[in-house]
Design a binder for this molecule. Structure first.
Ligand SMILES: [Zn+2]
Length: 160
């Protein structure tokens, strides 16, 4: 399942208010607004804004995306719209965490980063911190552009 964010607009005032309303109805029919649990959000620009936008967030199976785009193209054409903006995203759940445990986990991560950076340096990896432009990171003591910092972050990524 992908999460789609769809933005449509009438900021160029190509559509009359009545046409804009019908355009929105067609989009909402396509998405199944009101009948489809997958539509998680819909919102509109403020009524006193000088532009008209609408935004929808909804889930689609990957296999449905091309069909959705084809239907969108037809609706856009019939309302003289050049394009609509969609973002296709992967859902990631950020789980709640006890703050004490989260802090302990962060400290452990930082400690591992420090050790990893020190070890990489001892094993002969050359530092390229470029400290004229970048500050050292408090985690590794190397700037974030440095190959040692990057390698340490990669090594410890499983601890995040
Ligand atoms: Zn460095």
């Amino acid at each position: 399942m992908k999460t789609i964010t769809l933005c449509i607009g009438n900021s160029d005032d190509k559509l009359t208010q009545k046409e804009w309303a019908t355009f929105i109805k067609e989009i909402e029919n396509l998405l199944g607004c009101g009948t489809n649990d997958n539509v998680q959000f819909s919102g509109f620009s403020s009524p006193d804004a000088p532009w008209q936008n609408a935004c929808y967030v909804f889930g689609l199976e990957e296999i449905e995306i091309d069909y959705f785009k084809d239907r969108m193209r037809i609706i856009l054409r019939s309302y003289d719209q050049d394009s609509a903006a969609i973002a296709i995203g992967d859902v990631e759940f950020v789980k709640s965490e006890d703050p004490t445990k989260a802090e302990a986990k962060r400290k452990e991560y930082v400690a591992h980063l420090r050790v990893a950076a020190k070890r990489l340096s001892e094993e002969g990896m050359a530092c390229n911190c470029d400290l004229d432009k970048w500050q050292p990171e408090p985690t590794t003591g190397h700037s974030h552009v440095c190959r040692i910092h990057k390698a340490a972050v990669t090594k410890c990524s499983s601890l995040r």
